[in-house]
Design a protein around this ligand. Structure first.
Ligand code: CA
Length: 414
């Protein structure tokens, strides 16, 4: 059996993946929910509405209503039972070549569609959970102090970001203006960032919210989290360096955060689950690894068609489940559409560093691109692309799709 879409087998979007996104096309500019399958996008709402009237592939009417929304929020809010029902329906529908005729009218060539932000982002939090990244940054910025702060191994450090500037892959990134000052400068200057950087991260998307006062345990992670995406936390290092003491990142980060157009369901990542690195200090009970939510994702960072690094997500010290437990341990509520980033993913070797700050060691060791030019930080016109691949069942590959962005020159100011 080759399934209902022959190009799916062996691609990054096989029937074992089935990530969700939002798309429109030239024929119909309405934003609607799509499912990536091989080289195509399935119009999920239209297929579900038609299937509801068909005896061959039925689906509950409520599911068809959720899949007919303009973004994923109503479906994500419906919870794990709904997610399982739809995934099971899609697996049957797209996994059986006998459904080819039924499915064909609902398939759009992925090269002919526009992919949009797949969900309305509620709150956005970004963590700092790679020990190798935090150690590298500590060594670069605070060479005379311990690279890790005293709290680092006791809790996942994070900050609240700006949800309104989360953009979908492909959105151009304008170089931001801001204040910078190195210690030897007598006063700050106001200029476009000269140290624009990237951070390779994985994002987790909350489907089911909580009431104020409720906490989410590590084991309840899959009851609340709908899926994962790729995330590029664009960072203006010079703006960040002058502003971040004492309250953390602000304008050096808030100008844009890019995510991949596809949200990979947690169910598709079951085979990728792994045990996180050994813990060096005893953890509070609420952070105990009762469920090992390490994920064996192979990430890739590319600039202008040169692969710069291949970070492995399995090296992350804190898991998404621990981040969620920490984020809610004080009773802070969750909302459908909350997004939390893992923090820059860096491994132990130079080829696994997830930012230019680390790859160029703060500009001291510029990286060489295939076109012969060098980079310490990004230049106008540079195109950054990130990818991720996870192992799926039966030796399949679970892809996330690219998250990409081109750097635009700063706006002119008089
Ligand atoms: Ca970050």
């Amino acid at each position: 059996m080759t399934g209902a879409v022959p190009s799916a087998a062996g691609s990054q979007f096989p029937v074992e993946n089935l990530p969700y996104g939002v798309f429109s096309d030239l024929v119909d500019s309405t934003r609607r929910i799509g499912v990536a399958i091989g080289d195509f996008v399935l119009d999920a709402g239209a297929a579900a509405r038609t299937a509801g009237a068909s005896r061959a592939a039925p689906l509950a009417p409520q599911r068809a209503i959720e899949l007919s929304a303009k973004n994923l929020n109503p479906f994500m809010a419906a919870g794990p039972t709904a997610w399982r029902e739809v995934r099971s329906w899609l697996t049957d529908l797209l996994g059986d070549e006998e459904n080819r005729a039924f499915v064909a009218p609902f398939l759009c060539d992925v090269t002919a569609v526009t992919l949009h932000l797949p969900f309305e982002v509620a709150d956005y939090v970004d963590f700092y959970s790679s020990e190798h990244h935090a150690t590298n940054v500590g060594r670069i910025l605070r060479p005379d102090a311990d690279p890790l702060s005293p709290n680092w191994k006791h809790l996942p450090i994070g900050y609240h970001g700006r949800s309104g500037t989360v953009v979908v892959s492909g959105t151009p990134i304008r170089r931001p203006w801001g204040q910078h000052k190195v210690p030897t400068d007598p006063a700050p200057t106001f200029a476009p960032s000269g140290r624009l950087d990237v951070e390779v991260e994985v994002g987790f998307v909350v489907g089911v919210g909580t009431e104020l006062g409720q906490s989410v345990s590590v084991s309840a992670f899959p009851d609340h989290v709908f899926g994962a995406c790729l995330l590029n936390d664009w960072s203006a290092r010079d703006i960040q360096a002058f502003e971040y003491v004492p309250l953390g990142p602000f304008l050096g980060k808030s100008f844009a955060t890019s995510i991949s157009p596809w949200i990979v369901p947690l169910a598709a990542l079951e085979r990728a689950r792994c045990t996180p690195p050994p813990r060096d200090v005893p953890l509070q009970d609420y952070l105990a690894d009762t469920e090992p939510w390490g994920l064996d994702l192979r990430l890739e960072l590319e600039c202008n068609r040169t692969i710069l690094s291949r970070p492995r997500f399995a090296t992350m010290y804190w898991t998404g489940a621990q981040q969620l437990a920490h984020m809610t341990v004080n009773g802070a509520s969750l909302r459908t559409g909350d997004l939390f980033g893992s923090g820059t993913v860096s491994g132990p070797t130079a080829g696994e560093r997830g930012s230019l700050l680390e790859l160029s060691w703060n500009g001291r060791e510029p990286v060489l691109l295939d076109d012969g030019t060098q980079r310490s930080f990004l230049e106008d016109g540079d195109v950054v692309t990130m990818r991720a691949m996870a192992p799926g069942i039966d030796d399949t590959r679970i892809g996330f799709g690219d998250v990409t962005g081109r750097i635009m020159a700063a706006t002119a100011r008089s």
